[in-house]
Ligand binder design. Sequence first.
Ligand SMILES: CC(C)c1onc(-c2c(Cl)cccc2Cl)c1COc1ccc(-c2ccc3[nH]c(C(=O)O)cc3c2)cc1
Length: 232
Amino acid sequence: EKVEITKEQEALMKLIVDAYNKHQLPQDVTKKLLQEQYSTEENFILLTEIATSQVQVLVEFTKNIPGFLSLDHEDQIALLKGSAVEAMFLRSAQVFSRKMPIGHTEVLEERIRKSGISEEFITPLFNFYKTVGELHMSLEEQALLTAVTILTPDRPYVKDQQTVELLQEPMVDLLKKLCVLQHPQEPQYFARLLGRLTELRTLNHYHAEMLTSWRVNDHKFTPLLCEIWDVQ
Ligand SMILES: CC(C)c1onc(-c2c(Cl)cccc2Cl)c1COc1ccc(-c2ccc3[nH]c(C(=O)O)cc3c2)cc1
C-alpha cells in the first residue's frame, strides 16, 4: 500500500531537520582542522576542542527534540551522557560521507589516525565511517537517526524508559517511512540504517578503551567532556 507522511509527521521532520541544520560546529573551530600542527599532541588537543564544541552543539540539538525538555531532568542527563559518543560518531561520519567541506575529510582522518588512538580501535572506527558513507544518507535521515539515537530508552540510569520510548517511536516510524520514500529501490535500507545503530553500540565499548588509554598517557580532557564521559 502507498506509504504517506502525515501532516504532523511533516511538522515533526521540519522541527528535527531545522534543529540539525541550525546547530552546526562553528567555522572557526572546524577551520582549525586545516591550520594546526600535525603532531600527535596537537591532533589530540584539536580533536578534544572539536569534541567539546560538538557536545555543546549536540545539547542544543537535543533541546529542540519535541518532548525532550519535558522529560525528568535526571533522565535528560542520562540520555545525553548515554548517546553523546554515538551522536558524535554519526555527526563526524557526515564529514566523511558527504566529503564536506573540501579538504576537511582528509585532515580529519589524518588527525584521528594520529591522535594516540591504538590501531585496534582505528580499524573499527574507520570501518564504521566507510559503511555509513556507503548508505548515502539524506540530511533528513541523518537528523532523524541522531534523534532516534539520543532517545534510546535503555541507556544506563534512565528511570522512566516508557516515556522515552513514547518520544522515540514517532521518530522511528517517520524514519522508516522516509527510507521507503527516499530509497524505493532498496526495501532493506531501513534495516541497514538500524544496523548502523547496533554498530554504534559496539563503538561505545571501543571508545571507553580509547579514553582509558589516553588517560593512562596523561591526556587531559575538558570539564564538559569529563562530565559527559564520567572521567577524572
Ligand atoms: C576528546 C577527543 C580526542 C575525542 O575522543 N573521542 C573522539 C571521537 C572520535 Cl576520535 C571519533 C568519533 C567520535 C568521538 Cl567522540 C574524539 C574526537 O571527537 C570528534 C571528532 C570530530 C567531530 C566532528 C564533528 C562534526 C564535524 N564537522 C566538520 C566539518 O568540517 O564541517 C568537522 C567535524 C568534526 C566530532 C567529535
